[in-house]
Design a protein around this ligand. Sequence first.
Ligand SMILES: *[C@@H]1O[C@H](CO)[C@@H](O)[C@H](O)[C@H]1NC(C)=O
Ligand SMILES: *[C@@H]1O[C@H](CO)[C@@H](O)[C@H](O)[C@H]1NC(C)=O
Ligand SMILES: *[C@@H]1O[C@H](CO)[C@@H](O)[C@H](O)[C@H]1NC(C)=O
Ligand SMILES: *[C@@H]1O[C@H](CO)[C@@H](O)[C@H](O)[C@H]1NC(C)=O
Ligand SMILES: *[C@@H]1O[C@H](CO)[C@@H](O)[C@H](O)[C@H]1NC(C)=O
Ligand SMILES: *[C@@H]1O[C@H](CO)[C@@H](O)[C@H](O)[C@H]1NC(C)=O
Length: 562
Amino acid sequence: MLAALSLFLLVRLWAGTVDAVPRPRQALRCAASSFSNVVSLPGVTVTVERVDSVSDRGKYSESGNLGFPQTIDLLPALCAVTIRVTNTTDVPTKPASSYRFGMFLPTSSKWNGKMLTVGSASFAGGINWPDMGQGPHYGFATISTDNGHNSSGSDLSWATPARLYDWGYRAVHGSVVVGKLLVAHYYGQSISWSYYAGCSTGGRQGLREIQYDANSFDGALIGSAAWDTQHLMPWISRIAVDQLNTTNGKLGSQQMSILAAEVLRQCDPQDGLTDNIVSQPEQCNFNISTIICSDTSSCLTRAQAQVAMQIWGDYIANGKFAYNGFDLTSEDQWAVYFGDDSTMTGFDFDYERYWIYNDTSYDWTDFSDQVVADSERVNPGLATANNFDISGYRTRPGKKGGKILMYHGLADGLISPRTSLYYYNRTMQALGSDISSMRTWFRYFQVPGMQHCFFSNRYNAPWDFGGPGQATALRLLPTLGVGLPAVGDGWSVPGHLNDPNYDVFAAIQQWVENDVPVDKFIATAFNSDFSTYRTRPICPYPQRAVYKGSGSVNSAANWNCS
Ligand SMILES: *[C@@H]1O[C@H](CO)[C@@H](O)[C@H](O)[C@H]1NC(C)=O
Ligand SMILES: *[C@@H]1O[C@H](CO)[C@@H](O)[C@H](O)[C@H]1NC(C)=O
Ligand SMILES: *[C@@H]1O[C@H](CO)[C@@H](O)[C@H](O)[C@H]1NC(C)=O
Ligand SMILES: *[C@@H]1O[C@H](CO)[C@@H](O)[C@H](O)[C@H]1NC(C)=O
Ligand SMILES: *[C@@H]1O[C@H](CO)[C@@H](O)[C@H](O)[C@H]1NC(C)=O
Ligand SMILES: *[C@@H]1O[C@H](CO)[C@@H](O)[C@H](O)[C@H]1NC(C)=O
């Protein structure tokens, strides 16, 4: 009996092993012929544009890529491929689709049998080669789309109906469909697991694709998601107009800095521990009157304070909730939208100009809350990820259920972290679910002190957990003009490579494949020489990190999630 049982277990184990860790056969040659004439789908044309072999610890970049011009380095040996897809299936209901996507394909001995789709950023057009660079280190065949246009992240003038639909959802979806076929053909074996990772616009793209096709991914890392395009953009315009339409209410970077310092002074002790991190900004009872006075070099005017209150507050348009304002601690990053120049052009009104009214003469004086209703009606590119019922993804017939690990920095001054909580709430409602049931497949993590997707300048709060784009941000430090050298290994977290306790890519694979839930992950902050300054657990909502009461507050070991 015992022997029979062990034999059964052995067979099960052996079968399980064969299932979970398939031996890839030798991959095809890194040449155009390995990707040509592979895909045959009605209405779809697939063309190979470029194929290169990259050697171990090599670099890659694409000249003329306006969205992602940076060179990424320290890559493992891989085959880099650019594919163009055209798709006329939607015609005549919608214009034809045309987009490119890139693939980083590690050698067959390095390949982990899985595919990773990586998201984009802002309104960029171009393949996100830099962030794709994280994937092959883990062994993923990694893909990402150019979104169907070629532009910098702040440019919205490229909009045509076809490009908006491609940016909205078509380019990601088609890349996943074609990518899976090409990857399987290249390695001679079907993909065992499919993952997604993206931050900001990348977060939106992942949620949008999960809503569009439940079968695309088994697990998704969703960071700081800009998922509500149709309300986000009018809201940015609204808070810009609030400043442009006052005589002395405009906030300069000096006032933002005064605000941020006062928020830290008042709110840090209120979370129970004075550690230069505001851990619960939403609980802070902040009194702005303390910094209103007539000396504008050290204080704010009453009108400026009024504008700040509007930026923290939710946006109510025509009597209806439209969008969540920023949390306290976001103030330093407001300068990205509202710099010191008095015009505050940038992309603020380009949304109305190019995406809603198609009227190049549109300027801020034309703005009113009617834009919200028009934005909902036009819903450019069907980009907004507001189809909250993702029960199909949760169950994934024929596979294990899909998992989502979502996070947001509470000091984010580009995309409000409250929008992530709102998304989580709305999903819970749409599925008629509750927190404990949500936690079995969808967890949301708040990261105190983290700005948009990475970094934590004023607080030096732990922010690095190997999230999408984080390892790349460390490699690309020299391009940010802050005089810092490139740091890290191009993937994962310095000193904790591929450790599921510290690295969310490693953690989500364990959750999806081995049913090990992500009960927490440890985030790291660095000293100026990039040695570890402090670590802290990041906890799944509604839990938060609580200091145990003894030992260094800078060590994650002395904190619990509760
Ligand atoms: C993107 O635009 C740049 C500048 O015009 C050009 O050099 C490059 O070839 C374009 N790339 C693509 C893929 O269209
Ligand atoms: C705006 O108008 C131009 C010129 O007619 C057209 O080419 C473009 O596709 C329009 N954009 C949108 C988003 O409809
Ligand atoms: C082509 O478009 C159709 C309709 O939108 C879509 O279902 C299909 O997945 C697309 N395929 C590719 C490869 O883009
Ligand atoms: C807020 O600060 C002002 C100015 O320092 C002070 O007069 C007022 O009492 C404070 N309000 C509260 C509720 O603490
Ligand atoms: C600017 O303020 C004036 C006076 O309150 C108001 O009538 C006008 O509608 C405002 N303009 C915009 C664009 O909000
Ligand atoms: C989410 O739901 C919780 C519990 O119902 C509520 O306290 C919180 O205000 C909601 N947050 C948002 C941003 O909707």
